[in-house]
Structures are given as structure tokens and as C-alpha cells.
Design a binder for this molecule. Sequence first.
Ligand SMILES: *Cc1c(COP(=O)(O)O)cnc(C)c1O
Length: 395
Amino acid sequence: MDHIQLAERYGAHNYHPLPVVLATGEGAWVTDVDGNRYLDCLAGYSALNFGHAHPKLLARAEQQLHRLTLTSRAFYNDQLGPFLERLAELTGKERSLPMNTGAEAVETALKIARRWGVEVKKVDPNQSNIIVMDGNFHGRTTTIISFSNDDTARRSFGPYTPGFRQAVYGDLSAVEELIDEHTVAVLFEPVQGESGVIVPPADFVTGLRELCSLHNVLMIADEIQSGLGRAGATFACDRFGVTPDVYVLGKALGGGVVPVSAISCDDDIMHVITPGSHGSTFGGNPLSAAVGHEVLGMLADGSYQARAMQLGHQLEAGLATLPKDAVVSSRVFGLWAGVDVNPGLMSGRDLSEALLARGVLAKETHGSTLRLAPPLVASEEDIELLVNSLRDSLS
Ligand SMILES: *Cc1c(COP(=O)(O)O)cnc(C)c1O
């Protein structure tokens, strides 16, 4: 059996991959088992903001592999402290709690918000509620899918976790109507990635900030996909001039090398976490902390963020030249785009397959919307190739 047949024969069918078997990667490019090269415009759902095999990340991971990889949090290790210090510098928040996957970090934020609500805000734990947005994507755990409105993600996985209320994304008055004295947090994505790179009105994000402050509700920004350079700024919230109470980070935090996630907030919130109340065997392990430390160092001078903005402008200009009958609409935010293709012309899947045939990897999000998120290390020529391949695929 070949690689695809093996995966399909022995694996669960929880994904519907494009028919390509990748073997190696460098920068914005990957190579399949037959030696064909592809421009990676998915970039591990933005976990690969720095591209494949970034020399700095590889060197740091390799060095740490030979020193120490896991201690558990029963002991201190010499990598965790410096990593947390850099997280504080980048987020401006006093403390961080490291986990592994994005969903775990979201769960961490939800737990902290609930405990903060009960112990600080003095909300009745039986009535505590958290407001989320429709069209959200925050991960795959039972609690998180409980407040999703994606039927595929949710169907038959009940009973669902109670305590969540869903507002229309971008509609400030919808959020305001849902807030009551038992509301402890609003969880939102500053830009909805999985939904198709949906950018809310700027006054929605600034308005959320005001509402949360006014009602003593924690503003939790899920920046797992939008953060760490993708948006043309360190955080998508920066683009709106807003500072949330809690940052939720993941994906690019591990540089595409190891799974690393974290939440960051000030001590007036984080203090509700006490020994034994939360944790993870692998969270904060020295290998992850070393790679995360290197990632944060790379983001410190703002050059990747500026590069994302610059390439994003090029991509936006390129997308504007595509035939209007084929591209119904598109949104660009940093080096991140959602492209809605005329469903009468082709599905998002068809377009992904047509791009694959032209040496470009991208994937539809929903229906006929394509998400583009090339690594921030892509070149101008790469972006030009992407736009030209799109034009060819659509004609
Ligand atoms: C990917 C993602 C998650 C979940 O991260 P995992 O590492 O897959 O658990 C949560 N929120 C957002 C916005 C994401 O893009």
C-alpha cells in the first residue's frame, strides 16, 4: 500500500486531506515523496509563521534535545523561566500559564474566567456564564464544541457543557444584550480564521473592550491563529488598538516544531490558579520552552510583523486583479486572506485541488471560501506565484 492508502486504511477518517504526501520542507516550500515542490500557503494553520526548518528554531531545538526534554512541573527547569519572562515582555501581561495545544489553552482561559468569576467577582457558580461568538473556532474538546455552531464539529457529542451564550460576531449590541450580572467573560477571536478570515468592524473590538471594562467582564482574545505576526502586528488586537485581559496563544508559539500554547494575563486574574488546580504533564517542558523562547525572541524587533503587513499589501493588490465573476469577495488582514469563490464556478475543494496541481498548497475553510496564510518568510516572488496560480486555477 502507498502512503495515502496506509493512512486511510489504518487511520481514523477525521480529516479529508488533499492527495499529496509531503516529505520535507524548507522556508515557505515543501517537497512531496516524488520530489515535487509546493508553496505552502496553509502554513500549518499559521503554526508555521516562520516557515519550515527555520535555522534558528532548528538549532535551538536540537541543542535542547540533547540537554533535557521533560521534567514535569514537579521540578523547575532552566528553560521555563526565560520563556515566561519573554512572554511577559511580548504580551505586557504579568504572568503566563504554559500548555501544549490551543484547545488546552482555551480551556485554561475558561477555567480561570470561571474561578475568577466565583472568587473575585462573586458570581454564583450555578449561574456563571461566558459569552462567545457565532462562527467561532476555539478547538475540539467537549466543552469547546459545546459552544460551537458548526454542526459537523458538534453533532452527537452531547451532553454539552452549559454556561455559554452565543452572540452574533461583529454585533456589539448582541453582546451587550447577553451580558448580565453573572457574566464572567467574553471569549472571541479578533479575526475569525476558520470561519474564513472574517474581520469584524473595528468599533466592534474597541466596543467589546469598553463593554467588558464597564461590566467587570474578562475580555479573552483567542489569538492562537491571529497572533504572533500573522496579522501584520504582534497581535490582531494591536491592529484595533485594544488590549484584552487575557491572551490565548498557541500554534506559532511552538514555531511548527513542538506544540506550545499559553495564556497570559495579569496577576489579579492569574492568582486564582493555585497548586493542583490546573496543569499538564508536558506543559512548560524544557524543549517547548526553549523553542518558544526562540520564537518570542524572533518576534521582539517587529520585523516579521512588518514583513507580514508588506506581503499582505502585495497579496491584497494581487487578489484585486482576479476576475470579479470568479472571486465574489476577499478579505486581507496582515498576511492572511479569505477568498470567497463564486460557488457556481467551483467549490473551495475544487480550487484547492486546482492549486495543488499548480504547486500551491491551500485549503478551503467552509464551502467556497479559501484561506491563504503563507509563511511570513515567503518572498515577493512566492506571493506573485500564488496570485498567478489562483488566476490560472479560476479560469
Ligand atoms: C487552531 C485554533 C485553536 C485550537 O488549537 P489546537 O492546537 O488545534 O487545539 C483554537 N483557537 C483558534 C482561533 C485556532 O485557530
